[in-house]
Design a protein around this ligand. Structure first.
Ligand code: NAG
Ligand code: NAG
Ligand code: NAG
Ligand code: NAG
Ligand code: NAG
Ligand code: NAG
Ligand code: NAG
Length: 374
């Protein structure tokens, strides 16, 4: 194989490899039941970004795991990077939510999820200490109207205090706490207008957002796709971790989790550039590698054909020369195998001598003819 073909083969292999890692990093998860799972959400360690783990149950529904508990996911909005979970229900004939044993909703604050500021929390059956809190626990608080209008929580009417508040303070972006020393029950409503009468409130839900995935963490350059990124220290981190930062003009696309060219969108109706960049990258990789492989295959084919033709031509010419000079008996060209057999595998007792042509062997062919092998 000559150097050009070798180079081309190497290039196509590298391209295929980089395509493989590229495709891997953008692999979204398969649908769970009939709900699509957008990147970076991850239902198995091999799809999405494993840091953004959610669960797909055997019955085909998505579940969000908190520290000690889990909640069904009602809906996902990949554009705003948010999803809505269904809060715990209130145990019938009590004013206690089923997740009180887990202290309510507690998110792991080292994971890239937090509670958005779009939720209105109604706290029920609270102790009087809550009156000192910044929450709205006044007689006019919307929680009273909610209790009055909701038959299933009539047990909450006896609770001493109820409160309402909007999420968004840093102290509650990872938890909705439920406990004896605070409140024993809660419900949550997304984008609630507390001025509306309760029968027009949407069903309970708690909105969670996921943070844009950062560049992939690396230890050395071999963890990064060298064609698009370089392993470097992340200045924004305290512990000096390294990340695969995008090279030159390329920019980090957190939706797809890859370094891509910045695509300016001229469509006034909006562009779904996220899908486009992935498709463009994927197509370029696939078509590029296929073209190079086809070229290599063609070059190899042409080269082999040329060699074969040259050998056949040479053999013909030699037979022609031998036939012309040999009187009577037709000369024949022998293959290496025939010669090997005739000379008893080039054995030493058939060695006639060593001369200018190399070693000279005496051999006997299967038809009894003596031959010399040079
Ligand atoms: C989605 O799931 C529901 C219930 O699980 C089923 O009734 C419905 O037919 C499914 N829709 C599609 C499009 O598969
Ligand atoms: C939070 O998440 C990190 C990373 O997955 C894990 O190591 C840690 O144990 C979790 N903490 C709790 C309290 O679950
Ligand atoms: C209200 O909360 C207290 C704990 O603070 C609990 O003992 C009581 O059972 C709760 N009330 C109802 C009706 O569930
Ligand atoms: C979660 O469960 C562990 C083990 O049972 C327990 O130690 C921990 O306090 C629980 N955390 C919360 C927030 O309930
Ligand atoms: C509590 O909420 C009610 C109803 O939304 C509102 O009228 C009242 O001013 C609020 N009180 C405080 C202290 O924020
Ligand atoms: C709730 O009902 C109680 C008693 O029925 C009533 O006194 C109170 O005004 C009602 N509160 C609201 C906000 O509707
Ligand atoms: C959630 O985290 C993001 C990014 O750190 C931050 O901008 C946002 O304010 C947080 N949300 C809340 C409610 O704290």
């Amino acid at each position: 194989m000559n150097t050009t073909t070798l180079h081309l083969l190497t290039a196509s292999l590298l391209l295929l490899l980089s395509c493989a890692t590229h495709v891997f990093s953008v692999t979204p998860c398969p649908p769970c039941g009939n709900t699509t799972v957008p990147f970076p959400l991850s239902t198995t360690p091999t799809c999405g970004d494993p840091l953004y783990k959610i669960q797909c149950t055997a019955s085909g529904s998505l579940v969000f795991n908190t520290v000690n508990n889990s909640y069904p996911i009602q809906s996902i909005n990949p554009k705003t990077q948010r999803f809505i979970i269904q809060p715990a229900s209130i145990i019938p004939k009590t004013c206690t939510t089923t997740d009180k044993i887990h202290q309510g909703i507690i998110l792991n604050n080292t994971l890239p999820f937090n509670i958005t500021s779009s939720n209105t929390i109604v706290y029920l059956n609270c102790t009087r200490t809550l009156l000192l809190s910044p929450l709205n626990c006044s007689a006019a608080s919307a929680c009273h109207a909610y209790i009055n209008a909701t038959d299933s929580i009539s047990a909450c009417q006896t609770g001493p205090v109820c409160c309402t508040y909007r999420t968004g303070g840093s102290s509650n972006s990872y938890q909705i706490r439920v406990r004896d020393s605070g409140c024993s029950a809660y419900s949550s409503f997304v984008n609630l207008d507390t001025g509306l009468s309760v029968n027009r409130w949407s069903r309970p839900g708690l909105e969670i957002q996921w943070l844009s995935p950062r560049e992939t963490v690396c230890v050395s350059q071999k963890d990064c796709d060298s064609a698009t990124s370089t392993c470097g220290v992340d200045d924004s981190s305290v512990n000096g971790i390294k990340r695969c930062f995008c090279n030159g003009e390329l920019v980090w696309d957190p939706i797809q989790g890859v370094c891509t060219k910045k695509i300016t969108c001229f469509n006034p109706d909006g562009c779904d550039s996220s899908n486009k960049t992935a498709i463009i990258a994927g197509t370029t990789c696939g078509v590029g590698a296929a073209l190079i492989l086809a070229t290599v295959a063609f070059l190899l084919y042409k080269r082999n054909k040329r060699i074969l033709e040259a050998q056949q031509r040479l053999a013909k010419e030699r037979e022609g020369i031998l036939n012309a000079s040999g009187g009577g008996k037709a000369a024949k060209l022998f293959t290496g195998k025939e010669i090997k057999k005739a000379t008893n595998d080039f054995s030493a007792d058939r060695l006639l001598g060593v001369g200018g042509y190399g070693e000279v062997y005496k051999g006997v062919l299967s038809d009894g003819t003596n031959v010399l092998s040079l």
